[in-house]
Design a protein around this ligand. Sequence first.
Ligand SMILES: NC(=O)c1ccc[n+]([C@@H]2O[C@H](COP(=O)([O-])OP(=O)(O)OC[C@H]3O[C@@H](n4cnc5c(N)ncnc54)[C@H](O)[C@@H]3O)[C@@H](O)[C@H]2O)c1
Length: 350
Amino acid sequence: MPAQDVLVIGLGYVGLPLAVQAARAGFRVTGFDTSAEIAAGLNAGRSHVDDVSAAEVGDARARGLRATSDEAEIGPQDVIVICVPTPLSQADGPDLGAVRAAAVAAGRLLRPGTLVSLESTTYPGTTDEVVRPLLEKTSGLTAGIDFWLVFSPERIDPGNPVYGLVNTPKIVGGVTPSCADAAAAFYGRICEQVVRAASAREAEMAKLLENTYRHVNIALVNEMAIFCRELGVDLHDAIRCAATKPFGFQPFYPGPGVGGHCIPIDPNYLSYKVRTLGYPFRFVELAQEINGRMPAYVTERAAELLNRNSKPVNGARVLLLGVTYKQDIADQRESPARPIARKLRARGAR
Ligand SMILES: NC(=O)c1ccc[n+]([C@@H]2O[C@H](COP(=O)([O-])OP(=O)(O)OC[C@H]3O[C@@H](n4cnc5c(N)ncnc54)[C@H](O)[C@@H]3O)[C@@H](O)[C@H]2O)c1
């Protein structure tokens, strides 16, 4: 019999779209978030996430979606999906505090046959080495025998009008093949295509490979932007021409730095894990250095433009157009607009 009761833990940019789509697919969905404000807002039909409208929340509510911040209100579940944040810790490694707390909560709620899916981005090995022992200890059950455990990376692209949760292929990596079977059956009811990874580790690595690939390629064009200007080359035009090649090239564009939750942060999880082997992940560290210097470069260019008009930065009025980390969204997390504003203000600009 197909699973019926679904619990989504963490109702943010990742968890809310999933909760809404699962309700649409016919599941009885409960959303659990430690923020009472978020739970109350959703229960009142409000959305706090760009890509989910109030109408979609209303529709999901009509189909039975309910949100809570009180774990005591939640009963046993057929499926539990963990979508909590994985910020960087002080030491630049991943802070798995929320993932651990969610795994303990899931452990209390799972019963024989429950599927647990971790969607939070993290380093390879987390599902098997961190989440699995917490679930097994809290529940007294064994993954792969009594319940199913997978990693399934979220690939949401906020503000993308074409690709969303339903039509982006969904990767599932089980700690055992039976775990992947259970996850393929669940996500197959929500997403058009499910892709099976060899195990949870490959699914974890696939997500970090996707984000590292973008991080490194953005750094490549950012570095090129700086010397192209000195060489008198219009890099945007060069990219436009290169992008006409129908194979073997994907365009990336220079900018004032990288923002959002994924690109500036996720590759750190991988470099953290590689460092435990005793050597650095040089591509990621170089990309971080280059992208991290872009706000200072943009500030310097603004000063040059003012100078060309015989104006000092001190006292100049400067308008920053676009403070979110990319177009058509409201998310300002890690936006390079902030360090640019800080640097300009430090030089006296208004
Ligand atoms: N935003 C994206 O575009 C995106 C894309 C792919 C992957 N991810 C990954 O997905 C994960 C979630 O990201 P997000 O952007 O949805 O974060 P978010 O901050 O928007 O949402 C997370 C939610 O979890 C809640 N929460 C925190 N701790 C909790 C706990 N212990 N129990 C229950 N709820 C808790 C928070 O209150 C918040 O509402 C992260 O690992 C992130 O790297 C995000």
